[in-house]
Design a protein around this ligand. Structure first.
Ligand SMILES: *Cc1c(COP(=O)(O)O)cnc(C)c1O
Length: 402
């Protein structure tokens, strides 16, 4: 009894998870702002502008309005009735696949484009791998009358011709990157290098919860609309109001971060599902890349390795710093699934629910299927799963596999 009375005074201040990481941008020992001197000022300006915008109800209302009129929010929380019955759990799908442009990336990009406009910039710079963040950036640029320059590895340009065409049709300039392995990692390095000489008139639009402060925090905040909506929808969809599990796929970690943010203060267990060949949280080691201290796939010399996944959107060799922090604290766990499980999951979801999910999103579905089968998910569990995108872009890849 005495203990109970004394403890509140002696306990350290309760740490609020998934909150403002402070001016240093630290999530535990991860995060930070490891950029060349010439970008420190530009990052500070973005941070100041975001702090002021995020505290400004007019900005928030304008963003919410755009998400409603242009993106199609709120997205539904769809009960996966037939798949649930087969698995013996209650599975609810948060349908980011139904957004304009077909994935959650648009939530973040519209937020950043609105911020860029507020800062007086006329041009967006972005990196892209498979081209999805590039397409979202080109879309937002067109909406706001901004120009967009998208850096893309030469190999990815060859592999993703359709998205390159989409970006150009939307009016964006696509710059081929010929260094290194000519994929996402190199495109990001090149885009940041380009920003150094263009900070006066250009805004860097980052595609995931990566990069220097304020990006990991800001991108999570722009994506938290997923988790906040799902949380409200659960209040009517579930008798318990809060699900037992919240599951999302993890590339850099933005759809997962946005989803987790809505549930981090509940009893829900948070699960991030990585690709076996791109597993930053599961198999990475501590390092610094693209301005942030986090976990990356590296060789013994600290050289960052190439990631490999059937899902191009999970082909990043690292993970956002906040996820590593949540993992260290035991608040979230990170698991991997392999390509074969993912392909099976796409087909199973298509045939039970009539939804063709993106290969990225199917990683989360694959884990739920496996976990329900092996008892990791107890029978009767309630699960919210973020379906980050639709599978149209993957049809030709799937055609070769099936
Ligand atoms: C880009 C992408 C991802 C991975 O990015 P995160 O930042 O981890 O969310 C996942 N799903 C889809 C559909 C994507 O386009």
């Amino acid at each position: 009894m005495g203990d109970l009375l004394i403890r509140p005074h002696r306990a350290p201040a309760r740490v609020q998870l998934m909150d403002d990481p402070g001016p240093l941008g630290r999530f535990g020992e991860y995060g930070g702002r490891y950029v060349p001197e010439s970008l420190i000022g530009a990052c500070r300006q973005v941070e100041e502008a975001f702090r002021s915008a995020w505290a400004d109800p007019a900005f928030r209302n304008q963003l919410a309005g755009l998400l409603a009129t242009h993106v199609g929010r709120p997205t539904p929380l769809t009960p996966a009735v037939r798949l649930s019955a087969e698995l013996g759990v209650t599975l609810l799908l948060k349908r980011e696949d139904l957004t304009h442009t077909g994935s959650h990336k648009i939530n973040n990009v519209i937020g950043q484009a609105l911020l860029a406009t507020r800062m007086g910039h006329k041009r967006l710079i972005a990196e892209t791998g498979a081209g999805q963040h590039g397409v979202a950036t080109a879309t937002a640029a067109a909406m706001f009358g901004l120009s967009a320059t998208v850096f893309m590895g030469e190999r990815d340009i060859e592999r993703q011709a359709l998205n390159v065409f989409r970006m150009r049709m939307l009016g964006a300039e696509v710059v081929p990157v010929r260094t290194g392995a000519r994929t996402l990692k190199d495109a990001t390095s090149e885009a940041m290098r380009h920003w150094v000489g263009a900070t006066e008139d250009s805004y860097y639009c980052m595609g995931s919860v990566l990069g220097p402060m304020p990006y990991p925090w800001m991108v999570r905040e722009f994506q938290r609309v997923i988790g906040d909506e799902a949380r409200r929808q659960c209040a009517t969809a579930l008798p318990t109001a809060v699900p037992d599990y919240v599951v999302a796929c993890v590339g850099g970690g933005s759809n997962a971060a946005g989803t987790f943010a809505g549930f981090v203060d509940t009893t829900a267990k948070l699960v991030g599902v990585e690709a076996e060949g791109g597993a930053g949280a599961s198999r990475g080691t501590l390092g610094v890349l693209h301005g942030v201290r986090s976990m990356f796939l590296q060789d013994d010399d600290g050289q960052v390795l190439e990631a490999h996944s059937i899902a191009a959107g999970l082909d990043y060799p690292g993970i956002g710093p906040e996820h590593v922090h949540l993992r260290d604290l035991g608040r979230a766990r990170y698991v991997t699934v392999d390509d074969a499980e993912v392909v099976e999951a796409v087909v199973r979801l298509a045939r039970t629910e009539g939804i063709v999910a993106a290969l990225e999103s199917a990683h989360a579905v694959a884990w739920v299927i496996r976990a329900a089968a092996d008892g990791t998910l107890p029978a009767g569990s309630t699960v919210v799963l973020t379906l980050s995108g639709r599978g149209d872009k993957d049809i030709s890849a799937l055609k070769e596999l099936l």
